[in-house]
Design a protein around this ligand. Structure first.
Ligand code: SDX
Length: 391
């Protein structure tokens, strides 16, 4: 107990919880998954290996990684009956709405809440694998294209790109650069401590709601433009600046003018008061990926100029506003041919292992209590009931 805050594995009756999944030092710009610095994982690991690390608390050995990969492959297809659910969505249904609905639908047949170790490993792999298929199918449906079945010969990211972009008459073979870039983006989004959507998963899971229902709630929270939707807002901002013929200096002036309603999207962070280490990694990746793909994107030039000026502008320096994970991720995904409609869904696919790890930590690894945050009441004092003819 530390004064008002009672630290326990769940949220208990406060807004704080204990967790051993991810460590962030906002002042130093440090991010570690289970103690491993994000920079080392970005250099040496893959999204699937990092997912196993987050869920199980340590790096997998070869046998563990092979078993996890086999489970991801096994669970990639959707039950044929589930595919019919897509027919009920309008063609322009937001992919995040489909993802949340379909994850909940999975819980209608996959897990009864009575979990033990083996179930959790299999359920985790099933959820991670099926969200990839659901996401790809939602994209295909939005274009009126036939669903492409997962290919058991392909690894996680390549299979997703195959289901997104192949055609019945021609298989899409993603370049290694694109596969590596998407691996990196998913890995960098895999967890981030008690952000809005992860806290949602923990609060919902604290009632002993099953894994799928809890993660479906996380999708809803991530859908918000202030959270997972920020990467789309960054691109829209960069396009408005570029197409509007605005200079970077003019855009910064707007961002500093509170009356303008214009924010420098992709800048600032509730916790980081230094560089978001993910942004530094993505900034380097943007150059590398666009160079290897031979993509010249004027929006990257706009982003770099904005960053260059903001880092020396007193308004941003005094408020410790630095680029966050969203500032460069959209530019890289656009260069890879991923439509903006899928940016937040890609974020959700990346964040899934983090949500699973937090749900597991709270619901399985340690006994925790149902979340019950308190409030400061600011409503009216006691009132007397007024009959209708006196109102
Ligand atoms: C994500 O929690 C997570 O970990 C989230 C995430 C994850 O991985 O899950 O990291 C992912 O959601 C990243 C954040 C994406 N959002 C954006 O990029 C939107 C733009 N950023 C801002 O909305 C804002 O920076 C926040 C909300 C992210 C953080 O704001 P804070 O820390 O609460 O700071 P604040 O809103 O209190 O602002 C402090 C000052 C204010 O000015 P003053 O009142 O002091 O004059 O800084 C200003 C703000 O107006 N400010 C900005 C700004 N962000 C803050 N001014 C211009 N542009 C900005 N982007």
């Amino acid at each position: 107990k530390t004064g008002l805050i009672t630290l326990d594995p769940g949220f208990g009756n406060t807004g704080a919880c204990q967790s051993g999944v991810t460590f962030i030092d906002g002042d130093q710009g440090i991010l570690r998954y289970r103690g491993l610095p994000i920079e080392q994982l970005a250099e040496h690991s893959t999204f699937v290996e990092t997912a196993w690390l987050l869920i199980n608390g340590k790096l997998p050995n070869k046998a563990e990684l092979d078993q996890f990969s086999k489970r991801l492959t096994k669970h990639a297809p959707l039950h044929e009956g589930f595919k019919n659910h897509f027919e009920g969505f309008p063609l322009n249904a937001p992919p995040m709405a489909i993802l949340s609905a379909m994850i909940n639908t999975l819980s209608s047949s996959s897990c009864d809440g009575k979990l033990h170790e083996d179930d959790i490993d299999d359920l985790s792999a099933k959820l991670m694998s099926k969200v990839r298929t659901i996401a790809a199918y939602s994209y295909r449906r939005s274009l009126g294209l036939p669903f492409i079945y997962p290919d058991p010969k392909l690894r996680y990211v390549a299979n997703f790109l195959h289901m997104m972009f192949s055609m019945p008459y021609e298989q899409h073979i993603a370049s290694q650069e694109v596969v590596d870039a998407l691996n990196l983006i998913l890995m960098l989004h895999a967890d981030h401590e008690q952000n809005c959507s992860t806290s949602t998963v923990r609060v919902v899971g604290s009632s002993k709601a099953n894994l799928y229902a809890s993660c479906a709630a996380g999708v809803g929270a991530l859908w918000g433009p202030l959270h997972g939707g920020a990467n789309v807002a960054v691109l829209e901002m960069l396009e408005a600046i570029h197409e509007g013929g605005m200079s970077a200096a003019e855009a910064l002036a707007l961002a500093k003018d509170k009356q303008s309603g214009f924010k420098l999207m992709g800048f600032g962070h509730r916790v980081y008061k230094n560089f978001d280490p993910r942004a530094l990694i993505l900034k380097r990746a943007a150059d590398r990926v666009l160079g290897r793909l031979g993509v010249q994107d004027p929006l990257l030039d706009v982003a770099r100029k904005l960053e260059e000026l903001a880092l020396i502008d007193p308004y941003f320096v005094e408020r410790k506003l630095y680029p966050n994970v969203d500032f460069y991720s959209g530019i890289i995904m656009r260069a890879m041919g991923i439509p903006t409609s899928m940016f937040t869904v890609i974020f959700a696919i990346g964040r899934m292992p983090g949500w699973i790890a937090h749900w597991k930590e709270q619901n399985h690894d340690r006994a925790s209590r149902i979340a019950r945050p308190r409030q400061i009441y600011i409503g009216p004092k006691e009132q007397v009931y007024t009959p209708m003819d006196q109102r």
